[in-house]
Design a protein around this ligand. Structure first.
Ligand SMILES: *[C@@H]1O[C@H](CO)[C@@H](O)[C@H](O)[C@H]1NC(C)=O
Ligand SMILES: *[C@@H]1O[C@H](CO)[C@@H](O)[C@H](O)[C@H]1NC(C)=O
Length: 139
């Protein structure tokens, strides 16, 4: 293990500097809320290896976390998003989808939007389809 990562590091630093950044660089994911000021959003994110626990987000208080994406592009953080009468899921970081190292999101009622460098809306995603019965329409 130690030997193979040493070997990898050696090859990486020889061939591609960006590759070394892949191993050592941390990625930051931040979640903001665009729900009404009085609404508290509870977010719970997990990966295969980590459970980040419950965090509360309001329109004035974001929450973020840092991690090292893995070398094999399989890092995935999946989250639940709950606020009164609503419960949704979304993969907040998918190493295949997200090329960002600072991934800034804002949660709107209909789904999360990724922000660009100037915090303008870059792209909005729908919530993950849910099997839950009796869920409210996404409006
Ligand atoms: C939500 O987003 C809209 C449009 O981007 C913005 O005008 C509004 O101030 C935001 N509200 C909150 C609570 O963040
Ligand atoms: C960010 O998004 C906003 C709104 O969509 C856009 O006006 C702005 O040009 C974008 N900025 C960059 C750096 O892409």
């Amino acid at each position: 293990m130690r030997n193979s990562s040493a070997k990898c590091l050696f090859i990486c630093s020889l061939l591609v500097t960006g590759c070394a950044a892949d191993i050592f660089g941390k990625t930051y994911v931040e979640i903001n809320s665009n729900l009404s000021a009085a609404t508290t959003l509870t977010v719970h994110c997990k990966s295969k290896n980590d459970d980040l626990g419950d965090h509360t987000i309001t329109s004035t208080r974001a929450w973020g976390f840092k991690f090292r994406p893995n070398f094999f592009k399989t890092t995935l953080f999946f989250c639940s998003f709950a606020w009164p009468n609503e419960f949704h899921r979304f993969d907040i970081y998918d190493e295949n989808r997200d090329e960002c190292t600072e991934c800034i999101w804002t949660v709107f009622p209909n789904g999360p939007c990724k922000l660009n460098e100037t915090r303008g809306i870059d792209f909005c995603y729908p919530w993950k389809a849910s099997m839950q019965l009796g869920r409210k329409p996404l409006m």
